[in-house]
Write a protein that binds this ligand. Structure first.
Ligand code: DC
Length: 225
């Protein structure tokens, strides 16, 4: 995997399960710092769309890898582009949401996508707020600031139900299933890095989460470089 020696010198790594408010908070932090924001979940979702469009067997690692390796993926201004086409809507469909955990558990697919995430960050001089499940543990293990967001499952379900067309109970079940899959997979499972600072977002506002993270950046001299 290619990456410069200093690519994670500045990265702010934000991990946590779905529905904890990662994207909203990371976008705001990045905007305040004038840095880039990368939602790595969009890469796994895009890989799932690519495989589904080609009607591949999603459990066939070699086939899915071949398809993913052949497409250009980019993330720009919060939009996920596949071969230059904006697939931001398609990656959020319920069909994709129900399959993405399985695709993200394929070791070879992770290797391909982690390399792309690292070069994306490198191309922005490392000044990036990067969110996902394994950013602090595997993608940027030397990041100077690691944050792990959590929230009560009921709160997460309500937040996600607001974004989805499915009912609350279906969303709650889907989140629980994905949590289980994401945290028990063999490669880079969802986990809090030992040096990550945990913030429970259940009962605090987005602005409070953002301010906490920005305070941590100030303490570490991040955002001034
Ligand atoms: O954050 P999200 O719900 O869009 O993530 C979609 C899926 O991708 C989720 O099941 C976990 C997986 N994922 C991952 O394995 N590693 C990441 N760095 C980001 C997401």
């Amino acid at each position: 995997m290619t990456r410069g020696p200093t690519v994670d010198r500045l990265v702010i790594a934000v991990d946590g399960p779905g529905g904890v408010g990662k994207t909203t908070a990371c976008r705001a932090v990045a905007e305040t710092l004038g840095w880039s924001h990368l939602d790595t979940g969009s890469f796994y979702r895009a890989a799932t769309v690519v495989a589904m469009l080609q009607r591949l067997d999603l459990a066939n690692e070699a086939e899915v890898m071949r398809a993913v390796a052949a497409v250009e993926l980019d993330y720009r201004a919060g939009r996920m582009l596949v071969e230059g086409i904006d697939m931001s809507g398609a990656i959020r469909s319920e069909a994709v949401t129900s399959q993405v955990s399985g695709v993200s558990a394929l070791a070879g697919v992770r290797t391909l996508l982690v390399a792309r995430q690292r070069s994306w960050v490198e191309s922005r001089g490392g000044r990036a707020v990067v969110e996902g499940r394994d950013i602090g543990t595997a993608v940027f293990p030397s990041a100077p600031l690691k944050v792990y967001l959590t929230a009560h499952p009921a709160v997460r379900a309500v937040r996600r139900a607001g974004e989805a067309s499915a009912g609350l109970e279906a969303v709650r079940e889907g989140l629980a299933r994905r949590d289980h899959q994401d945290s028990t997979r063999l490669v880079s499972p969802l986990a809090r890095a030992t040096d990550a600072i945990e913030i429970d977002t259940s009962h605090i506002s987005v602005a409070d989460v953002v301010n906490k993270v920005l305070d941590m950046c100030t303490e570490r001299g991040l955002g001034t470089a």
